[in-house]
Write a protein that binds this ligand. Structure first.
Ligand code: ADP
Ligand code: MG
Length: 269
């Protein structure tokens, strides 16, 4: 990270109002995305919704319906072809790439199906890397990383390498890395997609406890057994939202879900 990057992230942090409990954490208005392939693919065809503070939202839909494209746009990893994306009230369209990376570093935590951990680094180092672009000094990065590892129940594995961990543990490291900057929202794309059912349930239990502690979470999944248990379910089909359903939840929506054994990636030990 250059000094410039550090300054620009501080500048952004200062300029930005604190997250208001009444304004949405995330807002999409009539968002479209067309990939300029041959032929062009209309992956999103006018998507609008908002996510409030402390919500746990499932985005569900078959393969190819536009879920990952939507995650990339929600996370400002890609820009829409048209429409508006606001994160904590900030319009992403008005920002430079550098401002967007500062926005991501300070407000958004990502969890992917493939954990994307650096194998040559320790678990602690991987989590601390979640703060690389947040303008935080090394010593403090390590302290915050240790705290995040404690939060996901892996404090005692801080000095292990990712290769020494089970799939479920690796995903917990990735979740700690997503949480370490205290983001306004966590975006998870099929976080249990590479795990067997035992490891999947441990990840769902962890997301459950984060939700209970107030973390705002958007969980992309193709598994209806998971999505249908959550307080809110947004259903995608062919680049459109076809349903946005809110329901009364039981106390612990993600606990004790029976996942179909034939639908597991099964790569976790
Ligand atoms: P999902 O995550 O629901 O499976 P995606 O968002 O990955 O859906 O894909 C939506 C559609 O966009 C699919 O038809 C897919 O083939 C297409 N698509 C995704 N990424 C690209 C890309 N980079 N270039 C061209 N088409 C793409
Ligand atoms: Mg996908």
């Amino acid at each position: 990270m250059t000094i410039d990057d550090t300054l620009s992230s501080f500048a952004l942090t200062e300029r930005v109002e604190p997250v208001s409990p009444t304004s949405p954490v995330l807002e999409l208005i009539d968002v479209t995305k067309t990939y300029p392939s041959e032929p062009p693919v209309e992956a999103l065809r006018g998507v609008s919704f908002a996510v409030g503070v402390g919500e746990l939202v499932a985005i569900v839909g078959p393969s190819g319906s536009g879920k990952t494209t939507l995650l990339h746009l929600m996370g400002t990893l890609d820009r829409p072809s048209s429409g508006t994306v606001r994160i904590t009230g900030l319009d992403a369209a008005g920002m430079s790439d550098r401002e967007l990376s500062a926005l991501r570093a300070t407000r958004i935590g990502f969890v992917f199906q493939q954990f994307f951990l650096a194998e040559h680094e320790t678990v602690l180092g991987n989590v601390a890397d979640g703060l690389l672009y947040a303008g935080i000094a090394l010593g403090e990065r390590r302290d915050l990383a240790a705290e995040a590892l404690w939060q996901v129940g892996l404090a005692e594995r801080a000095l292990a390498r990712p290769t020494q961990l089970s799939g479920g543990e690796r995903q917990r490291v990735a979740i700690a890395r997503a949480l370490v900057g205290h983001p306004a929202i966590v975006l998870a794309d099929e976080p249990t997609g590479n795990l067997d059912s035992v490891n999947s349930q441990s990840i769902l239990d962890l997301l459950q406890s984060l939700y209970e502690r107030g973390t705002t979470i958007v969980l992309i999944t193709h598994e209806r057994a998971i999505a249908s248990r959550l307080p809110r379910q947004i259903e995608m089909l062919d680049g459109h939202i076809v349903a946005d359903t809110t329901r009364e939840t039981t106390a612990a929506p993600l606990s004790g879900i029976s996942l179909p054994p034939d639908d597991r990636g099964g790569q976790g030990p």
